[in-house]
Design a protein around this ligand. Structure first.
Ligand SMILES: Cc1cc2nc3c(=O)[nH]c(=O)nc-3n(C[C@H](O)[C@H](O)[C@H](O)COP(=O)(O)OP(=O)(O)OC[C@H]3O[C@@H](n4cnc5c(N)ncnc54)[C@H](O)[C@@H]3O)c2cc1C
Length: 366
């Protein structure tokens, strides 16, 4: 049996950020990851957007972590030369109802501490994005995009420089609570005795909580998987900003939006629908839904729209639920001291990763 101080389960962007933060001051930090390399699930199947924090209720973890996390992420990217583009975004509106939603978002954003938000006119939109059809927009200058692969690669390097380890092909199969911590049984045949255990297993995080002994039904911590697909259109050129519709206030996502990547290629999505199991297979059946949604703010030829990729959101919010926040909790109260649970780390989880890591770091009584 291998004795360590901390086991982090999951080498997505959040698990890596936590391990990097903790390995700065604590020896023997080990990340166990079931896949062959980092970020094979949600962390590499997303929009790569550094969000601003305008969508989430004031004082929610999502709002706080997003605003703090975005600042930290830009600084981190500057420090380690990770490519990013602080391109800004437009949330576009075309009727009175949507204008009201823009005003609400402006208010929420200001309350959450998002800086330099501005409602702009049709003429101003035309000047900066001639292809976009909208009569008003909320301009969010601090939104950006980042190379998530390079971000995670850097985090992995830093963990190793700090003396920590990231161990791949190591699926956590069993967890046993013992007197001085947790025994964590891995699929590679190794068992780790750890003082602290951190569950950052993304889509598998509710299962890890159950393995420890937490009744996820009782505590309303069962995940709902919610898939999102992307389509690309290589014929659209010269878009400089991310373009979002006004989100449906009752909806479960931000609306099918336009993002650019660091090569200025255009992609649309993700849409959102619930599913039972992690399944990345797709077909073209959502193309009409995409075409209709996109045409509201930019003209496209559906012939040029091609399926690109998909991801799955680990949501605590079920189909008929309202807003659910990130769940980040040290579980002494449930009878599991030094076990830290992160469940429901959906968007803005990428943006928030460094702020989440700091927040988890503060939970340690060293
Ligand atoms: C479609 C989509 C678009 C998004 N867009 C954005 C965006 O633009 N901006 C933003 O901020 N956020 C976005 N997000 C959210 C963001 O991608 C996630 O919040 C973030 O990647 C979560 O990271 P994670 O490390 O928690 O999870 P993951 O990346 O899923 O990592 C969890 C890891 O745990 C491993 N694991 C699971 N079970 C076990 C086990 N038993 N043993 C060992 N390892 C295990 C998995 O293999 C996985 O590698 C988006 C999400 C989706 C789905």
């Amino acid at each position: 049996m291998e004795k360590v101080n901390i086991v982090v389960i999951g080498a997505g962007v959040v698990g890596l950020a936590i391990a990097e933060e903790l390995s700065k001051t604590i020896e023997d930090v080990v990340v166990l990851e079931k896949e062959r390399s980092f970020g094979r699930h949600t962390s590499s199947r997303n929009s790569e957007v550094i969000h601003s924090g305008i969508y989430y209720p004031k004082d929610s973890l999502k709002a706080i972590m997003c605003v703090e996390g975005a600042k930290s992420l830009y600084e981190y990217a500057d420090t380690y030369c990770i490519p990013y583009n602080r391109c800004g975004k437009l949330i576009v509106a075309n009727n009175d109802e949507e204008y009201k939603e823009l005003d609400k978002l402006l208010e929420i954003g200001k309350n959450n501490g998002v800086e330099d938000l501005e409602i702009i006119s049709q003429a101003e939109i035309k000047e900066i994005e001639p292809l976009v059809k909208a009569s008003k927009a909320l301009y969010v200058p601090c939104t950006g995009i980042i190379n998530t692969h390079q971000l995670m690669e850097t985090m992995e390097e830093k963990i190793e420089e700090n003396g920590g380890f990231v161990i791949y092909d190591s699926e956590v199969l069993e967890i046993i609570k013992v007197n001085d911590g947790y025994e964590v049984v891995s699929s590679d045949g190794e068992t780790y005795l750890t003082k602290y255990l951190i569950n950052s297993a993304g889509l598998g995080s509710d299962k890890i909580a159950e393995m420890v002994g937490i009744d996820t039904k009782k505590y309303n911590l069962k995940l709902h998987l919610c898939k999102g697909e992307y389509y690309k259109d290589n014929s659209i050129k010269n878009i400089k900003h991310l373009i979002y519709p006004v989100p449906d206030p009752q909806g479960i996502f931000l609306g099918i939006h336009l993002t650019i990547n660091l090569n200025s290629e255009v992609r649309f999505g993700p849409n959102a629908y619930y599913l039972q199991d992690v399944d990345y297979k797709t077909d073209d059946s959502f193309k009409p839904e995409f075409t209709q949604a996109i045409k509201r703010y930019i003209d496209i030829d559906p012939e040029n729209l091609h399926f690109d990729d998909c991801g799955i959101r680990p949501k605590l919010q079920g189909p008929n639920d309202g807003f659910r926040d990130f769940y980040i909790q040290e579980e002494s109260e449930k009878g599991f001291p030094n076990f830290i649970n992160l469940i429901g780390i959906e968007s803005p989880g990428l943006t928030s990763c460094l702020a989440i890591a700091k927040y988890v770091g503060k939970m340690f009584n060293r």
